[in-house]
Design a protein around this ligand. Structure first.
Ligand code: GDP
Length: 701
């Protein structure tokens, strides 16, 4: 079958933003103007098209990344239907507790539109997201939104992008007026004044630049042109020779520069007031890359060789599952991005993590308000498979004859956990299924059963993360549960080498028990996990009992030494022991292994480790003293304090133990009269001070 759409006209993009900057509203407008959604939904009315999950509507934040497909023909003069693009819009969350969702979407995006609030400019989360986009080399265009708001300033917001994100940002437009006098934008490339007419701003009208803006427009255009030609030697020469470079050529040079990450074009408008979004869509067409414009992704084949996966239909099928979601109508949807090849409904794919094949029964594409069954999806495309059972986020799906593992998505370790208990017997049965489904969707959400108490412990990336998951369990799976207090996910480790013996011998009458081992434990570097070495010589313990010994060791590690937290960063060597021909059993060696480990670890100066968060706080200068004083009382370590002019704000970069950060949002608000904001992400694990370790051991913390 022929391709449904030329690859060079496909754009896989996402809108990324600080929470509340207007990502949802911009996405809404994109879907409206692309003609898919027929009515504009406002966030505050709770009827937006993208936020199809009920509870997202209530919270007004987008939690789940859903991919939506739309089509767009640029409005710029001279454009025609042959320039129509297909946009796969991947929704990304702005809240830092959902980092993995942002990363997961960045992994499969080819370009992004970064939205800023025109009053606040660059905010802490915009910076975090920008850095993630840098890590994944995602080309970006910027949209300064909310120019209609009181106190909005295009120039100030633009300056904050230059200062805090990249010196390579460049103005593509200037606004005519601000707040309620914001009427339209001057497009500096075509030197036209653009207004958005009609009830919903649907008619894009290109006009002459108003007299009072002409001089400024000329000045800003000169800066833009210079920025563009600087990225291309030939054009630079022409420019220096005083020759005119026509707008079409400029667009091509700019496109190459944006794709190479050398320029970040900046647009502006007001999504709410229906101004400017169409020109952002034009920019998506002109400047953001198609799948063939970016370097091929890489994978590892079954022989361990690195393979470049080029976006081509006539190559083996290779795709990455980037999102598992439960759809209220069709059940489980696995969103995947095809890197190469073509997939037809009804065929089989290999999941390289499980080694199993799964049949792709149905392939669906999601539009703003409908699902479309498609027979085929080709290279560069994004779609969802219905009913895959064993595929998780981050898995590679590929042609069974050409196995490959694509670079997956690293899930950060969860740092917070809480006990959860079903309210009734009926809830108990459903809770297991619900938790499993939710953890398949989200690799940063983990479930663990406490064998002794029978309780279930769930862990995740932050208080809000777990709150949202418990809420989803209630709504989507009708499971009512009681939850305990959020607990920091402490860990344990050792700080010395030690050796110990484990003996489990019962030989009084009948068949006895005989397990006997010697273990050595040594600390490993932070983050190295656990390593088991079998150094048994001369058959002191028969081979068959070694896995059982290791099992005992692992169980003991899970149970912890000091306070019941899992033990990490430790090497365990099994180097001696003895056995009995008749009485030895796997069970006896498992117990001996467990006993030896506990004893050795106790002798090896055990420690408790706690998660340390990287916290960035923005506070007015006048409350800097109170804010830093409060951080000190939370055992915070201040790394740097920077000025954020011209707003007289200070940015504090600090490292603070997670256990000291509960309820911080409220404290900061009262310390700064509501003007302070902060973001927080996991940084590393560190030993807790002795006095606090004691409180943790006594269960007081
Ligand atoms: P998100 O959190 O980034 O998805 O932001 P939303 O799209 O939910 O917008 C947050 C709030 O800002 C909502 O109340 C919107 O109505 C409002 N908003 C979005 N865009 C604009 C805009 O251009 N101007 C004004 N004044 N408000 C806006």
């Amino acid at each position: 079958m022929a391709r449904e759409y030329p690859l060079e006209k496909v754009r896989n993009i996402g809108v990324i933003a600080h929470i509340d900057a207007g990502k949802t509203t911009v996405s809404e407008r994109i879907l409206f103007y692309t003609g898919i959604s027929h009515k504009i939904g406002e966030v505050h009315e709770g009827d937006t098209v993208m936020d199809w999950m009920e509870q997202e509507r209530e919270r007004g934040i987008t939690i789940t990344a859903a991919a939506t497909t739309a089509y767009w023909t640029p409005t710029t003069a001279g454009s025609d239907a042959s320039q129509k693009i297909k946009i796969n819009l991947i929704d990304t969350p702005g809240h830092i507790d959902f980092t993995i969702e942002v990363k997961r979407s960045l992994r499969v995006l080819d370009g992004a539109v970064v939205v800023f609030d025109g009053v606040a400019g660059v905010e802490p989360q915009s910076e975090t997201n920008w850095r993630y986009a840098d890590d994944y080399n995602v080309p970006r265009i910027c949209f300064i939104n909310k120019l209609d708001r009181l106190g909005a300033s295009f120039d100030r917001s633009f300056e904050s992008i230059l200062e805090r994100l990249s010196p390579n940002a460049v103005k593509m437009q200037i606004p005519d007026g601000h707040e309620d006098k914001f009427t339209g934008v001057v497009d500096l490339l075509s030197m036209k004044f653009v207004q958005f007419e009609g009830q919903k701003g649907e008619n894009v009208a290109y006009k002459d630049i108003p007299e009072d803006l002409k001089a400024l427009a000329e000045k800003e255009r000169a800066i833009l042109i210079e920025k563009i030609v600087e990225t291309d030697d030939q054009a630079m020469q022409k420019y220096l020779d005083g020759k005119e470079i026509n707008p079409d050529q400029l667009k091509i040079i700019l496109r190459n520069a944006v794709i190479a990450g050398k320029i970040y074009p900046v647009f502006c408008g007001s999504a709410l007031k229906n101004k400017g979004v169409q020109l952002v869509l034009d920019a998506v067409a002109w400047y953001l890359p198609a799948p063939i414009d970016i370097p091929p992704t890489t994978g590892t084949d079954d022989k361990g060789n690195s393979v470049a996966v080029e976006a081509k239909d006539e190559a083996p099928f290779r795709a990455l599952a980037f999102k598992v979601a439960t759809d209220p109508f069709v059940g489980q949807l696995t969103f995947f991005r095809v890197y190469s090849g073509v997939l037809s409904a009804g065929s089989y794919v290999l999941n390289t993590r499980t080694g199993q094949q799964e049949r792709i029964g149905r392939i669906v594409r999601l539009h703003a308000n409908q699902r479309e069954d498609i027979k085929e999806i080709d290279a560069g495309g994004i779609a969802a498979a219905v009913g895959l059972k064993a595929t998780k986020t981050g898995d590679t799906l590929c042609d069974p004859d050409n196995p490959i593992i694509l670079m997956g998505i690293d899930a950060p370790e969860p740092v917070i956990s809480l006990r959860i208990e079903p309210k009734t017997k009926a809830d108990q049965e459903k809770m297991g299924i619900a938790l499993r489904k939710l953890s398949d969707e989200d690799p940063t959400f983990r479930i663990k059963g406490d064998e002794e108490t029978g309780e279930i412990i769930i862990s995740g990336m932050g208080e809000l993360h777990l709150e949202v998951l418990v809420d989803r369990m209630r709504r989507e799976f009708s499971v009512e549960a009681n939850t305990g207090r959020p607990q920091v996910a402490y860990k344990e480790t050792i700080s010395n080498e030690a050796q110990a013996e484990g003996k489990y011998i019962r030989q009084s009458g009948g068949r006895g028990q005989y397990g006997h081992v010697w273990l050595k434990v040594e600390p490993l570097e932070r983050g190295k996990g656990y390593e088991f070495v079998d150094a048994i010589k001369g058959g002191a313990i028969p081979q068959e009992f070694i896995p059982a010994t290791e099992k005992g060791v692992r169980e003991a590690l899970d149970k912890g030494i000091l306070a019941g937290f899992p033990v990490v960063d430790m090497k365990v060597t099994l180097y001696d022991g003895s056995y009995h021909d008749v009485d030895s059993s796997e069970m006896a060696f498992k117990i001996a292994g467990s006993m030896a480990l506990q004893e050795a670890a106790k002798r090896a100066k055990p420690l408790i480790l706690e998660p340390i968060m990287k916290v960035e706080i923005i506070t007015p200068e006048v409350t800097l003293g109170e804010t830093t004083g409060d951080l000190a009382s939370r055992r915070g370590q201040i790394m740097s304090i920077e000025d954020r002019n011209p707003l007289n704000l200070k940015i504090i970069d600090a490292r603070v133990p997670l256990s000291e950060m509960f309820g911080y949002a409220t404290t900061l608000r009262s310390l700064t009269q509501g003007r302070g904001t902060f973001t927080m992400e996991f940084d590393h694990y560190e030993p807790v001070p002795q006095n606090i370790a004691q409180q943790i051991i006594e269960g007081k913390k």
